[in-house]
Write a protein that binds this ligand. Structure first.
Ligand code: ADP
Length: 234
């Protein structure tokens, strides 16, 4: 059984066809590098997969639950970090994670919060309000709220955007630690991230899949990944 399945997804915003028939499936142990130029439809596809948007047609399944028909079951298996890792600025890091743990109905919320603070190296800022966090910590908190319930599916929209090299390394390290047990989709603009993190590449442009292949095959397309990317998305 695929843990993530997109079937002929379509979504328009008024006259803009953002996603035009996107299909793919993702199994446990796969980390998908989801690439495409700005405006290609990556965020919209992710929101369709997480049930934050309803498709005009097509369907999305998480752990075999349709995200529109069975949203609660689907979302219980899913961790999602939207672009920019939004959170409630006036809460402290610990309060926010406790809030998420309660919403998730976890059996031992305080233990889950503690484990997640440790895993995501957030302990030293646990009592700080989110508004006062640096971007690196903020992004890690976005990641932390997505993994606190140890979901089998992770969907992360640009989780390393705007981070410095050390912070990027740290997010990738955490992700690699847990990836074998999960199905993961990571959207990124950083082509080096593919080599380090991903097992498979999906490139979309103008709302359509232009390339879906194992990382090894993709890397054989050429030395200059930026050029390969330009040719596939032109
Ligand atoms: P990406 O994540 O690849 O940058 P998006 O999915 O955000 O792409 O956007 C795909 C297209 O849909 C773009 O043309 C974008 O301008 C448009 N779009 C995205 N969100 C909205 C919205 N809420 N209203 C209108 N147009 C939107």
């Amino acid at each position: 059984m695929a843990l993530i399945e997109a079937k002929a997804l379509r979504k328009s915003y008024g006259p803009i066809q953002a996603v035009r028939g996107v299909s793919f499936s993702v199994n446990r142990g796969e980390v998908i590098g989801f690439l495409g130029p700005n405006g290609a439809g990556k965020s919209t596809t992710m929101k369709l997969l997480t049930g934050h948007l309803q498709p005009d047609s097509g369907s999305a399944r998480i752990a075999d639950f349709d995200v529109v028909q069975n949203p609660i079951e689907a979302k219980s298996q899913l961790g999602y970090s939207p672009e920019g890792a939004p959170a409630y600025g006036e809460m402290t890091v610990r309060e926010f994670l406790s809030f998420v743990a309660q919403l998730r109905g976890l059996s031992n919320p305080s233990a889950s919060v503690q484990d997640t603070l440790t895993l995501c190296r957030l302990t030293e800022v646990a009592s700080q309000t989110i508004d006062t966090l640096s971007k690196g910590y903020r992004m890690r908190l976005g990641f932390a709220q997505a993994v606190i319930h140890d979901p089998s599916v992770l969907i992360l929209d640009e989780p390393t955007d705007g981070l410095d090299p050390n912070q990027k390394f740290e997010v990738r390290r955490i992700l690699k630690e847990m990836a074998a047990r999960k199905a993961v989709i990571v959207s990124t603009h950083i082509l080096e991230e593919i080599e380090e993190l991903c097992t498979r590449i999906i490139i979309i442009a103008r709302g359509e899949v232009r390339c879906d292949e194992p990382k090894e095959v993709f890397l054989q397309r050429g030395q200059d990944l930026n050029k390969v990317f330009r040719e596939l998305t032109a």
